[in-house]
Ligand binder design. Structure first.
Ligand code: HEC
Length: 164
């Protein structure tokens, strides 16, 4: 277990130092976590390479967001964050964030699924069903949501499943 964590750290650090080369490195490393390439390219600048978040920039995702990926409404929420972006106040680990996430629907279905699966791989919940490109494609066809609608969706999730 310890070994896996260490090797992920190495890949993360490598990607930060040599972003242009990391694609080559990762594709040759058989143990590379699924989706690390689209995550590093599109999400890590804000959520950080290990999903640990950054104060005043973006909330932590690792070891918390997997919980809602076990619920269908939680999965829909995660996908709608990617397609609609998000703005407003969220509280994570008792820390408030007032951030803005730009919508990232211009990414390919498989890259969105990959980035979300990378986040899932950061916590030990093997029961989580991986996101598929088909699931992303179906979410892409849904009506767009405003920032206040996204806030309401998040509050509904917390009411249904507890804080995450
Ligand atoms: C420009 C910075 C930025 C980028 C890039 C970004 N995010 Fe975010 N993300 C945020 C911020 C900020 C929030 C919280 C928004 C708020 O404060 O209302 C957030 C929220 C989220 C949430 C919801 C967290 C919760 O607690 O409800 C998920 C899931 C998420 N992001 C996934 C991703 C994924 C996947 C990617 C890459 C495909 C990504 N983000 C790229 C800034 C970013």
């Amino acid at each position: 277990m310890k070994k896996t964590i260490n090797s992920k750290w190495v890949i993360g650090l490598f990607s930060m130092v040599f972003p242009a080369l990391s694609g080559v490195f990762v594709s040759q490393a058989s143990a590379a976590p699924v989706g690390i390439v689209p995550y590093m390219a599109n999400c890590s600048s804000c959520h950080q390479p290990k999903g640990q978040g950054s104060s005043n920039l973006a909330p932590k995702l690792s070891n918390r967001i997997g919980k809602i990926a076990t619920f269908e409404d939680g999965r829909r929420y995660m996908l709608s964050v990617v397609f609609n972006g998000m703005a407003g106040r969220v509280v994570v680990d008792n820390m408030p964030f007032l951030g803005v996430m730009t919508p990232l629907g211009s990414l390919k279905d498989e890259d969105i699924a990959g980035a979300l699966n990378y986040i899932m791989s950061l916590q030990n919940m093997p029961q989580i069903k991986p996101f598929t490109a088909a699931e992303v494609k179906a979410a892409r066809a849904l009506p767009k949501k405003s920032a206040p609608q996204m806030t309401i969706e998040r509050q509904k999730l917390i009411a249904a499943h507890g804080p995450f």
